[in-house]
Design a binder for this molecule. Structure first.
Ligand SMILES: Nc1ncnc2c1ncn2[C@@H]1O[C@H](COP(=O)(O)OP(=O)(O)OP(=O)(O)O)[C@@H](O)[C@H]1O
Ligand SMILES: [Mg+2]
Length: 235
């Protein structure tokens, strides 16, 4: 579905990704883990062409998306959940959800999308008219995720969705993510909780210093490097 091939990218003079290959299949959950600064967010930004992509290919369902604009990529069915649950704090919950979607879809489809998000996150319906900054941390993450879902993606790129959530809310989030897959959404998830990510995902890529250092399924939980660095240490 998504193929990232031999990707080199960075910011100005800084080279971050040094020949990265990552693929996400239809209906797959793929996790991307690695230390701070490894380039995880840069992988997602490269797909959206919002950093300096130097070489390599990014294709979605066989189509080269390297030169497309953000709204064109969204229209193809790829959405991006930013790191740090970014919302428009002085807009209402409803306005936050409408942003992005109303530029791209017919009014009926937007209403239908809104209804689906409210059904999934009842808190957001209750707070529909409240300003986003008044929401709790967990609700703000629901709002950010809800806004991505408004774009009716078939592929969702999530950058650290569980960051800053309590263990209980993290658990709920992972349940929600598993549910999204059942609805037919494929996902690439950057996650600081390596254990949870590996357990949730079909495959996990470990990124170190701009390169894929390891790729595997649940068995990499037993990998010494993963255990030492990620399960015992920071994670
Ligand atoms: N907008 C930017 N301009 C310049 N350098 C950047 C920018 N964003 C990130 N970098 C640099 O690129 C490198 C990779 O950053 P990136 O955000 O991809 O790492 P990450 O793996 O997502 O880390 P984290 O776990 O902290 O989120 C870092 O050295 C970072 O300082
Ligand atoms: Mg990051």
């Amino acid at each position: 579905m998504l193929e990232i091939e031999n990707l080199y990218s960075g910011y100005g003079e800084l080279n971050v990704l040094k020949g990265v290959n990552i693929s996400v299949g239809e209906n797959e959950i793929v996790a991307l883990i690695g230390p701070n600064g490894a380039g995880k967010s840069t992988v997602i930004r490269s797909v959206f062409n919002i950093c300096d992509v130097r070489s390599g290919n990014v294709t979605f369902r066989g189509q080269d998306i390297g030169s497309l604009k953000t709204h064109e990529i969204i229209k193809l069915g790829i959405s991006y959940l930013n790191q740090g649950r970014i919302n428009f704090s002085n807009l209402t919950v409803r306005e936050n959800l409408m942003i992005g979607a109303d530029q791209i879809f017919e009014p009926d489809a937007v209403e239908e999308g809104l209804e689906k998000v409210y059904a999934k996150f009842p808190d957001l319906r209750l707070k529909e008219k409240e300003l986003a900054y008044t929401l709790s941390g967990g609700q703000q993450q629901m709002l950010a995720l809800g806004r991505s879902l408004m774009q009716q993606p078939s592929l969702l790129l999530m950058d650290e969705p569980s960051l800053g959530l309590s263990p209980m809310l993290q658990k709920e989030l992972f349940k929600t993510i598993a549910g999204l897959r059942v609805e037919g959404i494929s996902m690439l998830i950057v996650e600081q909780n390596a254990k949870k990510a590996i357990e949730l995902a079909d495959r996990t890529y470990l990124l170190e210093d701009g390169k894929v250092a390891l790729l595997g399924g649940n068995e990499i939980l037993e990998n010494e490097a993963v255990k030492n660095v990620y399960l015992g240490g920071r994670y």
